[in-house]
Design a binder for this molecule. Structure first.
Ligand code: ADP
Ligand code: MG
Length: 701
C-alpha cells in the first residue's frame, strides 16, 4: 500500500505529465512557441525542432526519476503494449543519457506476435510505432511513456489509435463546415468521458481460482443466497479498504493528469465505479487505458484484485463502461449538444441532433459490432445491461420538438422542476430524463453509449460514432451550403423533418429490457445481433464497409484484418475458457466430489455397523454418484468438441467461430450447470474452490 495515500491534493495534478507547462519550463520561449504551434496545427516538426523537443523531454523525464523510455501503443488486442529502452549509451567508455528525435518520433518493433489479421506475415514482421503529439507523454514507474500509433511496413494501421485519430479529423472537419453555416469559425473535437465499472476481490481467494486467474471470470459457481436483490450495495457506504484503494488510485491518476472525479459502489456486491471528467476523444482513450492499468496494479498493492471482466460472476450484474460522447467547439469552449434554454429554437443543436439520429440508424450494426466480445455477450441483453439491439433514447421533449419542427406554434420545453417541498429550491431539469435501459441515451448534453464492455478499449465505438456522424454532417452541408438567413432556416427545418421521419425508427424512449421492445424492434427492422459471432460476420457488409471507407478511416486491408482478428479472438478466448474448464473439472472439481463421496460412503458403512444408518444420507451419496457420472460424461463431450474445433484449419475461421458459438458454448454451459448443482450438495470443507459467497463478500471492512 502506498504510504503517501493521505498526502495528496490537486497541486500534484499532472506532475508526471509532460504538459504545456512542463514544456515551457524545459524549452526556451522561442522554441516553445514554434513547437507547440506546429503541434497544434498538425504540422510535422523539422529535424532541429524535434531534436530540441526530444532533449527537453529527456531532461524532464530524468528529473522525474526516469531511466527508461517506451513507445506506448494500443494494438488490436484492445490493451496497451510497451517495450522499454534505457536512455543509456556508452561513448568513449563513459555512460551517458541519450535520447534523439528519432527515438521520440519513430520506433521499430518486431511485433509479429501482435494480432495483425494477415496485414503482416511473420516473415515481414516490421512494425512501426509513431509518436502521437496530440496526447501527452508521461512518466510512470521510472519510465517515460510516449503515446504512439502502430502501423505496418506498408503503412496500414495495426492499432486502435490510428483509426480513432483519423475519425476525429473527419468529424472535426465536417462539424466545422456545419458551424460555418451558422457564421461560426471554430475547430471541433469529440469529447468523451467513460464511466468505468469493476469488481474488487481479495487476492488470496483470487489466487485459488484458476478460472479467475486465466479467464478473468468464474467458469463455475453456484448462486449465492444474496446478491444485488436488496439494492443495498448501489451507492452504499464505501468500506475502508475499498476507500483506501480508491484514494490511492486517484492519487496516481491525478499525478498522471487523469481527472478521476466520481467514485461509488455499484449494483452488485464487490462492484464499484470510477468516472473521470471528460477529455478529448483520444486523450480519454489513453486515460481510460491508464485508469484500468492503475486500478489493477493498485489493487495488487492493497492485497486485492480488480476484475475488469464484463461478467465475472454468473447471475450477478456485470460491468460495463458508459461512453459519454459529445462535440465541443475548441475556441468558443462550447458544447454543441447543449440544448440551451430553448432547444426548440436552437437550430444548430437540432441539426447536430438529427445527424446523430441518422448516424445511429445507419451505423446500428457497426455500433453493435464495435462493442462485441465473447465476454460482453454475457452482459448485453442480460436484463441488467442494454440489449444487443441498438436504439437511441431522446426523451419525449426532444421528440416532440422534432415531430413539430415544421409547424407553427411549436411545442416548448418546461424547464424547471418543482419538488413540491418548499425548503428545496426549484431547479432546472434536464431536457431528458434518465433511461437506464437504453443502449444509447441523450442525457442532457451528451450521448451515453452503455453497451461498451468494462475491459474494452473505447476506441472502436468512438471511431464508429465519429465517422457515422461525420458522414451525416457531410451530406447536410452539401444540401445547405450557399444558403443564408431565412432560406437557410427553412432548409434546415425541412431537412430535420425529412431526416427524422426517415430514421426515427431508431428512437425508442421506452423500456429496452422488455420482451415487447424486442418484438417491436423486429417490426421496425432494427438489427438484433445476439452474439459476437452474429455481429462480426456483418462487419464487412457493404454499408458498413462503405461508411468506414468513405473518409478513409479504414482501408480494405484494414477492414479485412479487423474482421479476421474479431473472429479469431472469439474462437481463441472461448477455447481458453473451455480448456480451463476441462482442467478445473479434472484437477479440482471431480477430486473434491470424489473425496466427499468416498468419505460419505465410509461414514455410512460405519453407521450401518452401529445400527444408525440414515436413508437420507444414502440418498445424498447416490446423488453424488449420479453427479460424478453426469459431470464426467459432459466433460467428455466438451473435450471432444474442443478437439474437433481445434483440428479445423485456421483458413476456415468462419466455420471455427460458428462451431464455437453453436456447439462448444452449449457444451460449456451444460457442464457448468451440472457442476454448479453438485456444488450445492458437497460439504464446504471438501469444495476446494472459494465459492461465490467467499468471493463476493471478501472485502468486508
Ligand atoms: P450522468 O449523471 O448523466 O452519468 P455525469 O455528470 O456523472 O453524468 O457524467 C458522466 C460522465 O460524462 C463523466 O465522465 C463526465 O465527465 C462525462 N461528460 C459530461 N459532459 C460531457 C461532454 N460534454 N462530453 C463528454 N463527456 C461528458
Ligand atoms: Mg452513466
Amino acid at each position: 500500500m502506498n504510504n503517501n495515500v493521505n498526502m495528496f491534493d490537486i497541486s500534484n495534478f499532472g506532475v508526471n505529465v509532460f504538459s504545456r507547462e512542463a514544456m515551457k519550463k524545459y524549452l526556451s520561449k522561442e522554441d516553445f512557441e514554434i513547437i507547440t504551434k506546429n503541434i497544434d496545427d498538425g504540422k510535422a516538426l523539422n529535424l532541429g525542432e524535434a531534436n530540441t523537443l526530444a532533449s527537453a523531454l529527456m531532461k524532464w523525464a530524468i528529473d522525474k526519476g526516469a531511466t527508461h523510455f517506451t513507445h506506448w501503443f494500443q494494438p488490436l488486442t484492445g490493451f496497451t503494449a510497451e517495450k522499454h529502452e534505457s536512455f543509456l549509451n556508452i561513448i568513449d567508455d563513459k555512460p551517458i543519457n541519450e535520447f534523439s528525435c528519432h527515438a521520440l518520433i519513430k520506433g521499430e518493433t518486431d511485433g509479429s506476435s501482435f494480432p495483425s489479421g494477415g496485414l503482416r506475415a511473420t516473415f515481414e514482421a516490421r512494425g512501426y510505432t509513431v509518436w502521437d503529439p496530440t496526447s501527452n507523454c508521461f512518466v510512470k514507474n521510472n519510465t517515460l511513456y510516449i503515446p504512439t500509433a502502430f502501423c505496418s511496413y506498408g503503412g496500414d494501421s495495426l492499432d486502435k489509435k490510428t483509426p480513432l485519430l483519423r475519425s476525429m479529423e473527419v468529424i472535426g472537419k465536417e462539424a466545422s463546415k456545419i458551424l460555418s453555416l451558422f457564421g461560426i469559425v471554430d475547430k471541433v473535437i469529440p469529447t468523451v468521458g467513460s464511466e468505468q465499472e469493476y469488481f474488487l476481490i481479495d487476492k488470496k481467494l483470487y489466487d485459488e481460482r484458476l478460472d479467475l486467474v486465466v479467464c478473468g471470470r468464474t467458469l463455475f459457481g453456484a448462486k449465492p443466497p444474496k446478491a444485488q436483490e436488496l439494492g443495498d450495495h448501489y451507492f452504499g457506504k464505501i468500506n475502508k479498504r475499498v476507500s483506501e484503494f480508491m484514494r490511492d488510485v486517484d492519487k496516481q491518476l491525478w499525478e498522471l493528469g487523469v481527472p478521476a472525479k466520481t467514485e461509488h459502489n455499484e449494483a452488485a456486491p464487490a462492484q464499484h465505479e470510477l468516472a473521470p471528467i471528460f477529455s478529448s476523444n483520444n486523450i480519454e482513450t489513453d486515460h481510460n487505458q491508464l485508469t484500468m492499468e492503475i486500478m489493477q496494479s493498485t489493487a495488487y498493492d492493497h492485497g486485492l484484485v480488480c476484475l475488469l471482466h464484463e461478467k465475472p460472476f454468473e447471475g450477478i450484474n456485470g460491468s460495463g463502461k458508459h461512453n459519454n460522447w459529445s462535440l465541443k467547439m475548441v475556441k468558443n469552449n462550447k458544447n454543441i449538444f447543449d440544448p440551451g434554454d430553448k432547444p426548440e429554437d436552437n437550430l444548430m443543436f437540432l441539426l447536430f441532433l438529427t445527424s446523430l439520429i441518422q448516424a445511429t440508424y445507419k451505423a446500428q450494426g457497426l455500433i453493435r459490432i464495435s462493442v462485441a466480445s465473447p465476454s460482453n455477450d454475457h452482459r448485453l441483453g442480460g436484463y441488467e445491461a442494454p440489449p444487443a439491439i441498438v436504439s437511441l433514447f431522446l426523451g419525449d421533449d426532444l421528440c416532440n420538438i422534432l415531430e413539430s419542427i415544421d409547424k407553427e406554434g411549436q411545442v416548448s420545453v418546461k424547464n424547471s422542476l418543482d419538488t413540491g417541498v418548499k425548503s428545496i429550491s426549484q431547479f432546472d431539469k434536464d431536457t431528458s430524463d434518465r433511461n437506464r435501459t437504453s443502449p444509447f441515451a441523450f442525457t442532457g448534453s451528451k450521448f451515453e453509449l452503455r453497451m461498451v464492455g468494462s475491459k474494452q478499449s473505447i476506441a472502436s465505438p468512438n471511431v464508429v460514432i465519429n465517422t457515422a456522424v461525420a458522414s451525416a454532417l457531410h451530406d447536410y452541408y452539401e444540401i445547405l451550403k450557399g444558403k443564408t438567413g431565412e432560406e437557410l432556416n427553412k432548409a434546415i427545418r425541412l431537412l430535420i423533418k425529412d431526416e427524422y421521419n426517415k430514421y426515427k425508427d431508431i428512437v425508442f424512449n421506452g423500456n429496452c429490457y422488455s420482451e415487447e421492445w424486442v418484438k417491436e424492434a423486429e417490426k421496425r427492422g432494427l438489427k438484433n445481433y445476439k452474439t459476437t459471432y452474429d455481429a462480426c460476420i456483418h462487419f464487412k457488409d457493404e454499408d458498413n464497409a462503405n461508411l468506414l471507407k468513405r473518409f478513409n478511416v479504414l482501408n480494405d486491408n484494414e477492414l479485412e484484418s479487423r474482421y479476421e482478428i474479431m473472429l479469431d479472438d472469439y474462437v481463441k478466448q472461448l477455447m481458453i475458457e473451455a480448456d480451463t474448464m476441462i482442467k478445473m473439472v479434472r484437477k479440482e472439481i471431480l477430486p473434491s466430489v470424489f473425496a466427499y463421496h468416498g468419505d460419505l460412503a465410509k461414514w455410512l458403512k460405519d453407521a450401518k455397523d452401529m445400527n444408525a444408518y440414515a436413508n437420507s444420507e444414502y440418498e445424498i451419496l447416490r446423488s453424488l454418484a449420479n453427479y460424478i457420472e453426469a459431470i464426467n460424461s459432459l466433460l467428455g463431450d466438451l473435450v471432444k468438441k474442443a478437439d474437433e474445433i481445434k483440428k479445423i484449419d485456421d483458413t476456415d475461421l468462419n466455420l471455427k467461430a460458428k462451431m464455437t458459438k453453436e456447439e462448444l458454448l452449449p457444451c460449456m454451459e451444460k457442464l457448468r450447470s451440472a457442476v454448479d448443482k453438485c456444488e450445492e450438495i458437497v460439504a464446504k470443507d471438501y469444495w476446494s474452490l472459494p465459492d461465490y459467497c467467499d468471493l463476493l463478500y471478501s472485502v468486508k471492512y
